[in-house]
Design a protein around this ligand. Sequence first.
Ligand SMILES: [Zn+2]
Length: 1095
Amino acid sequence: MSQPGIPAPGGALTGLQAQNGATSASGSPYTNGPIHNELMSSQGYNSQLPGSYSHLIPAKTLNPISGQSKYSGSQTVSPLSNYQGPGQTLHRPPVASNPVTPSLHSGPVPRMPQHASQNPAATPVPSGSFHPGAIVSPPSNWQYNYPSTGSQTNHGPLVSSGPAMSGNTNLTTSHQYVSSGDPSLQNNFIKSGSAPPLVNSPLPTTFQPGAPLGPPPMGGPPPVRAVTTQKSSQGAGPQSLFSSAVSREGITSSTNNGSMVVHNSYDEIEGGGFLATPQLTNKNTTVSRSVGYSYPALPPGYQNTVLPGTAGMPPSSLSYPSGPQAFTQPPLGANHLTASMSGLSLHPEGLRVINLLQERNMLPSTPLQPPVPNLHEDIQKLNCNPELFRCTLTNIPQTQALLNKAKLPLGLLLHPFKDPVLPVVTSSTIVRCRSCRTYINPFVSFLDQRRWKCNLCYQINDVPEEFMYNPLTRVYGESLKRPEVQNATIEFMAPSEYMLRPPQPPVYLFVFDVSHNAVETGYLNSVCQSLLNNLDLLPGNTRTKIGFITFDSTIHFYSLQEGLSQPQMLIVSDIEDVFIPMPENLLVNLNESKELVQDLLKTLPQMFTKTLETQSALGPALQAAFKLMSPTGGRMSVFQTQLPTLGVGALKPREEPNHRSSAKDIHLTPSTDFYKKLALDCSGQQVAVDLFLLSGQYSDLASLGCISRYSAGSVYYYPSYHHQHNPVQVQKLQKELQRYLTRKIGFEAVMRIRCTKGLSIHTFHGNFFVRSTDLLSLPNVNPDAGYAVQMSVEESLTDTQLVSFQSALLYTSSKGERRIRVHTLCLPVVSTLNEVFLGADVQAISGLLANMAVDRSVTASLSDARDALVNAVIDSLSAYRSSVLSGHQPGLMVPFSLRLFPLFVLALLKQKSFQTGTNARLDERIFAMCQVKNQPLVHLMLTTHPNLYRVDNLSDEGALNINDRTIPQPPILQLSVEKLSRDGAFLMDAGSVLMLWVGKNCGQNFLSQVLGVQSYASIPHTMTDLPELDTPESARTIAFISWLREQRPFFPILYVIRDESPVKANFLQNMVEDRTESALSYYEFLLHIQQQVNK
Ligand SMILES: [Zn+2]
């Protein structure tokens, strides 16, 4: 590792490469050359787990010496070829036979603390992302402003909040998981001794990158603990500087008495919150207020008002005489905002006020684009891609009072691990704010060449010597051209102070239901074949480990130890007290045991074909899998086909068909907390659980889904999967497995979202566990997961022009590198209600409301959630009418930005999660809710408000040209049968499903040239594929459908629908603007809103 402060020749110090995560299909998502992880050599970490890991296995490891045990080598194994079906059973040896054994599992395992959550009675179950209890607002609408005392804030004087935050639902519940006074709970990796009880999240020590060692610059030691700046004892030779850095990071601190106290939680590594010391210097460094274009004053100029000039802006108050070189660079950062305000434009359309009762068709014919924040173009061009990071309000209200007036939710929607092409920086110094730990980003201010001001907490930081060197141009003195300040999205290769332990190897464990029911579906064949095909494409390296467990009423393990002639099966029938036989041979190195793995995958589908075992011991199997993975962490993929019936976690049918249509009394909450608690245990050991539910019957997904939700996994659902009767599901599973097995994956990840001082984040949505205050624990992170957070304005932003939001995702790549992916979003602050409305992002608002509505459905009821959705529209439009519009105006007046708000909310009411009056199965509804929580916004919106296209007359006009392919772009139509005609064919893209409706009088040309049939009557009843015909019509249609499919990670099934088709009901159900038996039409809904607004 290069020493800080000494630029390496030839740019070797800092390499900058483009990374394309999309290449993960090839198994090597990174294109930056051979992997060189110094830790692996310097810390003695090789492809095998270090010895210290083995003793961590919490399983009741059998003592091989135990002679009394029936459990000996020859008895435990049964070669697969001899296997005739379940029945060869292993029993756990009597514990008494081995006096050592109890101590292996009854006492606390070193470095693997028992979580409070493992004691069901003692601890309130921490809440990962939905928050029953104190945050429940009045029944039928949302109060977007939660009291700050109940909020999760990522700054402010943490130390003063202390442990007495008992009134704080969210914080307390999650907090107790971390630090309930038991030192062992403080983090997972405490080495020895007792750390002082954590007071909230540990405070970061001051860290001044690249600066000489010395007293902390804040005029005193950090408030919580003293950290010496001496070299730690392990620092020697070339390591010494590095160790000092470690010391300063607070990872390893030596105290004077020589005992080592290690505060190495991820919380600390990622950086914690703000220092307790107030930043009193903020006020005098206010940048002049001229960031964005100011909107016309009231009354609103909605008749295409010409933008007023922006001349006469005061010059920047932050011009420094020194460092002229830096300031000849293109404008960057807040101190350059005022340089030139000309040329700014907001499309005049955006200033219109619309009467929705008169202009009903506001749906654009091209995909709706997110609003562009009203920032100077020099800033906006550096801003984060809205696909990755967007805010419900692109104009941030300067006070909570203003936000309250708008009655719109303030929150962020993230897709942080999306496969983009992004710059990757390798640098021994990652420049971060020494106070709030924000990563340097394009929106910080450079006061001069030597100092930069944090855009989140306003701390003035030194620019490290090393940062002066630009690796791109190889020129010294070009801080402003560094990739870190030129890219809102960037990834750092993390030096070892970002590691709690050597990066974990990629570990994949597959858990298969092999009960009679499972065998009937025939899924094992598909899954094993898919695994065989993709075995070499699993993201990983030479350290990749793999293992398999199958279960019915017993649990079956498979020894794949290198050198065996074939896999050996071990059956454990004691599901009350699960233990792991030969743990060292069950998760094996994929490269070394590849042939055995392949053998097993070829054999598995046949092994259980004659089984009569109908019971399902899913819970015990999950416990076993958890124990097996605990020492390393990794990904657990669970395939389940029925309601679990045996052992812990057994469930009972709860769905009553007659109640399906009612919004009341449906079981949206888990019937047991077993799966949630196990998920939290998994989370604590860096294990994520993905659940594949392939079931034709009710399987209580509300309970089962918790295993994925809190462990940061995903749920996949294939209702009525059957290898013969349901070929489209088979195709869907195969396609989605292909993606699932080969996509990029991050291990042992944590994510923190920071925002500018004054704003505060209080509620999180997505699949994860909130580990400490605001640190999201993501044992796995995948490129297809989305997240959302709610925010409030805690302190007035009156003196602030710009606010920024930064998400930092620290993860271990499948190549064993520790990486940090950082996204930074910058938005202007506004002071008037009109501006708040003008900047509203209706898609983001709808997406956040959908997340909130799922929570409301669970904590209150579905009807409550539906009411709250409607009231969100009524309240905000009422506020607009009463506070922004002057005088009485008839009709339903909405700002242009919210012209689709009523439509999207109506679409949500008709979405599977929230609809009433249908035969939606409970598990399907729950799955839809899981999707709301876990999908990125773009997919959520498509599921909610599908795109409808006419496709029988596709032309090349306006077509896209991608890689020599011509992709037609037909206009998007309103979702109403009015838009259909019997002589046409219409494609509805509903995200996870594509429906091609063919009218009875559809032209012969389309029938023969695209569908390949002679007449309407000869369209097959179950047509799920288009033939590839040698006609331009066929080529266009297939190109368009393929293009739609390529844009999403899951595989939408195509249904060709004729009038008699059973899928037609679904197609019509998605006609959001039309009336259904239980839901209003769009026009009726608008009238209802208008009535309420004009009250
Ligand atoms: Zn800061």
